[in-house]
Write a protein that binds this ligand. Structure first.
Ligand code: AMP
Ligand code: MG
Length: 329
């Protein structure tokens, strides 16, 4: 009798597996982390899409520097927090900062505030104001001990340079665990996951900084990759004919002035790609190329202000739509 019941159960399980809904494209557009996010996954139902939507709004709530209810906001107000997520982000961002000669600096929120980027009330602070702010900026004033983050001298943190890459990593893990493929556009942070059901490559457009509604070039990628772009066209203001972009040079505490309009990083980790995209935009072309030559672990595309494109050699066979100078190792 027991054997008959077991056989029946096995047959039922087989039948239900055979009836599983086919994986079809499911799409969701949300607004989180100050940007429009477009999630496209190949799944048999909407449950994972809903789970990722929840995760993204939770991260938004936890990591926003402006949201008065967020964990980061509380840390910035009180100067201390015991929070494993915050501690890990600070440690990982500090490691990228070390690798990039300080170009990535999550401690410069007070300078971003002075330029009015977080509030949208843009202004140009004078030299004396920036010099005074320097006392409240610097990773040497940020300490991590276990899960406790401590800020000294009124330092405030900003995760804007890495949060969307981190979000992409966490969504990718969920999708990989569920055996689901797809493509996530979290603003300028794009994440491909797994293989498309038809086996074709993922096709990712890199925006034309001159006209962001146009695609400058296309990258064809296989498997799970993070593709993140930083540029002067994403958030900026103009005053007296000068464009001030949202990416600050930690040396001057002023918006980066560059001959390059954007840099795109392709890497396995979203966090790394996002951190490096910001850092390489600060560093400029030559320093970015030498970091690529010495450290590896990522590929890059630069678009200059004359519209010319440079790509590291690993991406050369994957680019279409634009002539590109290929940078050799
Ligand atoms: P992204 O768009 O990833 O390049 O990140 C830019 C955002 O990171 C800005 O909007 C600021 O919130 C913050 N940020 C600006 N400059 C820096 C910098 N040098 N290092 C780290 N974060 C920065
Ligand atoms: Mg970034």
């Amino acid at each position: 009798m027991k054997r008959a019941a077991a056989l029946l159960l096995a047959l039922l399980l087989l039948a239900s597996a055979g009836c599983a809904a086919p994986k079809t494209l499911r799409q969701q557009t949300i607004f989180a982390m100050n940007t429009v996010m477009d999630l496209r996954i190949y799944a048999s139902d909407d449950s994972l899409l809903q789970e990722m939507t929840r995760l993204l709004s939770e991260l938004d709530h936890e990591l926003s520097a402006t949201d008065a209810g967020s964990a980061l906001y509380a840390l910035n107000q009180t100067g201390q927090a015991e929070n494993a997520d915050l501690a890990q982000i600070v440690s990982r961002a500090s490691a990228i900062s070390d690798e990039t000669g300080g170009a990535l600096d999550i401690s410069l929120y007070n300078a971003s505030l002075a330029w009015g980027f977080p509030t949208g009330e843009h202004r140009v602070p004078d030299e004396a104001e920036l010099a005074a702010l320097r006392r409240t900026i610097g990773l040497d004033k940020v300490a991590v001990s276990g899960d406790v983050v401590t800020l000294s001298d009124g330092v405030k943190l900003d995760f804007g340079a890495v949060a969307k890459g981190l979000a992409a990593d966490l969504c990718r893990e969920k999708m990989e665990n569920a055996g689901v493929s797809g493509i996530l556009s979290l603003g300028a942070s794009i994440q491909t996951v797994g293989t498309k059901p038809d086996g074709s490559d993922w096709s990712i457009g890199v925006q034309d900084p001159e006209d962001p509604s146009n695609i400058k070039l296309t990258l064809r990628l296989k498997g799970s990759k993070a593709v993140v772009t930083s540029g002067d066209y994403q958030r900026f203001f103009e005053q007296d004919g000068v464009r001030y972009c949202h990416i600050l040079d930690p040396e001057t505490l002023a918006p980066v002035q560059s001959d390059y309009r954007s840099v795109t990083i392709v890497a396995d980790s979203g966090f790394l790609a996002d951190g490096l995209s910001t850092a390489l935009y600060v560093m400029g072309f030559e320093a970015g190329v030498s970091l690529w030559r010495t450290s590896g672990g990522f590929e890059a595309v630069w678009i200059a202000d004359d519209g010319s494109v440079s790509v590291t050699e690993g991406l050369a066979p994957l680019v279409s739509g634009a002539e590109a100078e290929v940078i050799q190792r």
